[in-house]
Ligand binder design. Structure first.
Ligand code: ATP
Ligand code: MG
Length: 238
């Protein structure tokens, strides 16, 4: 049977620490269909970033299976995963992570260079993407010369460079003021409307409330938000 766009099956992640093994993901099952927009919420340290890193292949599970965009990640080596990620997953981080020594335009072109895509028209494509995220005017500036909101939009343009099916954000609005956060969020909504699949970690309950599907991570497990709804807990206790 064909897999959903994202499928985590019984995923466990154990980190080795000085104090001994630390189980951070405790058997996570998480399926996301093509075109879905999912927000991940949950307390600090619950395992949200670890979960996101499973989807991007930046990290791998201790046990369980991960399938993304038709690819089984758990049997691939690190190099193969990195290559695959470059074409299939756009990653947006809290602190933008643009390269400071090259211009905004060059940052957006970088994934095309790495993956050998869009040869001969990388500059044009990067410019189109900067227009899409509404910052064509800062193309030739360096990241340090533009605002946080502009940097994050540049990072989104970069994430879109190879036209990935899946976009993943780990608190992409976490370092932005309310206005910029709203603009970045609106951009995500636009991308979902265009058919992208998006999973976004956020601490912002207001933003999460606007996402069609919200999942909560608690102590390394996915719980649907209704399960932690206080009223429900009280009702069950009776
Ligand atoms: N590489 C690592 N080695 C050891 N422990 C780790 C490692 N990465 C994460 N952890 C631990 O795993 C747990 C979950 O971390 P994770 O970063 O996934 O949480 P989070 O939900 O993203 O938190 P936050 O909201 O603060 O970003 C934490 O206890 C963290 O200290
Ligand atoms: Mg985190």
């Amino acid at each position: 049977m064909e897999k959903p766009m994202i499928s985590l099956e019984n995923v466990e992640k154990v980190y080795k620490t000085k104090a001994g093994p630390l189980k951070v993901l405790k058997g996570v099952n998480f399926q996301v269909n093509a075109g879905e927009f999912v927000a991940i919420v949950g307390p600090s340290g619950s395992g949200k970033s670890t979960l996101i890193n499973m989807i991007t292949g930046i990290d791998r599970p201790t046990s369980g299976e991960v399938y993304v965009a038709g690819q089984r990640l758990t049997n691939m080596n690190e190099n193969a995963v990195a290559k695959w990620r470059g074409r299939n997953v756009g990653v947006v981080f809290q602190f933008f992570q643009l390269l400071p020594t090259i211009t905004v335009l060059e940052n957006v072109m970088l994934p095309m260079h790495y993956c050998g895509t869009y040869s001969g028209r990388r500059k044009e494509r990067a410019m189109e993407l900067l227009e899409l995220v509404n910052i064509p005017d800062v193309a030739n500036k360096y990241p340090s010369q533009i605002s946080g909101g502009q940097q994050q939009r540049a990072a989104i343009a970069r994430a879109l460079a190879n036209d990935p099916k899946v976009i993943v954000g780990d608190e992409p609005t976490g370092n932005l003021d309310t206005l910029s956060a709203g603009l970045v969020f609106a951009l995500f909504e636009e991308l979902v409307a265009q058919g992208k699949t998006i999973v976004m970690v956020t601490h912002d309950r207001d933003l999460a409330g606007q996402v069609p599907r919200v999942e909560e991570v608690r102590d390394g497990q996915l719980v649907s938000p209704s399960e932690v709804d206080e009223r429900l807990v009280v009702r069950q206790a009776k």
